[in-house]
Design a protein around this ligand. Structure first.
Ligand code: IPD
Ligand code: CA
Ligand code: CA
Length: 261
C-alpha cells in the first residue's frame, strides 16, 4: 500500500500547481518535440522533476521511466521495481485549452506489470486510483465499465495523434470507424482511457502509444472490469515497444478486434 499512498499524495500535492498553470496558460514557455503539434512546457518538466526527487527519496534504487529527456528509456525486459510517469498527458490541450482535457499519470510496476497507479485530471480535480486485484476508484468511489455490448451502440475514441500516424489508423480501423455508434477524439490518451473505467466511453484505439500513455490507465480500466490488448489481440505489455493499443469495456473487445486490419 505504501506505493499507492505515495502516488495519491504526490498527485494531490500537485493538483493546485497543474490547475493554476492551466488557468494562466498564456504565460507558459512552449517548445515542440517530434513535430509542431507535439509540445513541451516547463510544467511537464517541473512535474517530472518533482516526482523523480520524491521517488528517489522515498524508494531509493527504484527505476524511473518518464516521458521527458533521459528518463524516456525503456527497460530491455520486464524490470523489478519501476515507476512509469507521464507528467502531463495531452500537453497540446493543456497549452491551447479544450474543456480542459489533460492528465498527470503515475504508475508503479513490478516485473513489467502495473501494480499501483494513479491518474489526476487537474481540470476537474478528479483522482483515479487502482491497485491490482483491489479495484479502481474515482474520488473514492468504485468504478465499473459500461454494459454496452454491441459496437453499433458503443462510443469509441479514435486517438489520431501525429500526422505521420493517421494513415495507418484510417486504413486499419476503417470498419470500426464506420460501425461505431459514436466516434470521439480527445487528445489525451490517459484521460480518454480512464473514461472507459467510468463507463462514459466504451473503447479507445491508438496505433502507437508509449508505456507512459497507458501504464496507469490500463490498470484502472482492467480493475473496473474492462480489457486491454495489442491490435492483434496479444497481451498489452509495458516494455515491449511503442505499438498499437486497444482498450475497451471488455464486452465490445472481440468485435473491434475482428474488424481491425
Ligand atoms: C499524447 C496524447 C495523445 C496521443 C499522443 C500522445 P502527450 O501524449 O496522449 O492523445 O495521441 O500519441 O503522445 O504528448 O500529450 O503526453
Ligand atoms: Ca506527456
Ligand atoms: Ca502522453
Amino acid at each position: 500500500m505504501a506505493e499507492l499512498a505515495f502516488i495519491q499524495a504526490f498527485l494531490e500535492d500537485n493538483l493546485a500547481y497543474a490547475r493554476d498553470k492551466f488557468r494562466s496558460r498564456t504565460e507558459l514557455t512552449v517548445t515542440s518535440k517530434r513535430d509542431a503539434n507535439d509540445l513541451l512546457t516547463e510544467v511537464d518538466l517541473t512535474l517530472q522533476k518533482r516526482a523523480i526527487e520524491a521517488i528517489e527519496k522515498r524508494f531509493p534504487g527504484d527505476r524511473i521511466v518518464s516521458e521527458e529527456g533521459d528518463y524516456a528509456v525503456l527497460p530491455k525486459s520486464p524490470y523489478g521495481r519501476c515507476w512509469v510517469m507521464d507528467p502531463i498527458d495531452g500537453t497540446n490541450n493543456f497549452v491551447r485549452g479544450l474543456f480542459p482535457i489533460f492528465a498527470v499519470s503515475l504508475a508503479f510496476s513490478v516485473e513489467g506489470r502495473a501494480a499501483s497507479v494513479g491518474v489526476l485530471l487537474p481540470g476537474t480535480g478528479d483522482l483515479f486510483l487502482a491497485k491490482r486485484g483491489k479495484g479502481a476508484f474515482l474520488n473514492g468511489k468504485r468504478l465499473h465499465v459500461s454494459t454496452v455490448n454491441g459496437l453499433g451502440e458503443a462510443r469509441v475514441d479514435f486517438d489520431f495523434s501525429l500526422i505521420a500516424e493517421r494513415e495507418e489508423m484510417l486504413t486499419r480501423a476503417r470498419e470500426v470507424f464506420l460501425r461505431a455508434g459514436q466516434v470521439r477524439c480527445y487528445g489525451s490518451a490517459v484521460a480518454s482511457i480512464c473514461q472507459i473505467a467510468t463507463g462514459d466511453t466504451d473503447g479507445y484505439l491508438h496505433m502507437s502509444l508509449s508505456p507512459w500513455d497507458y501504464a496507469a490507465s490500463q490498470l484502472i480500466v482492467e480493475e473496473a472490469g474492462g480489457a486491454a490488448s495489442r491490435l492483434d489481440g496479444s497481451t498489452l505489455q509495458l516494455f515491449d515497444g511503442r505499438k498499437g493499443v486497444l482498450i475497451t469495456n471488455g464486452a465490445v473487445h472481440q468485435e473491434v478486434l475482428g474488424l481491425l486490419r
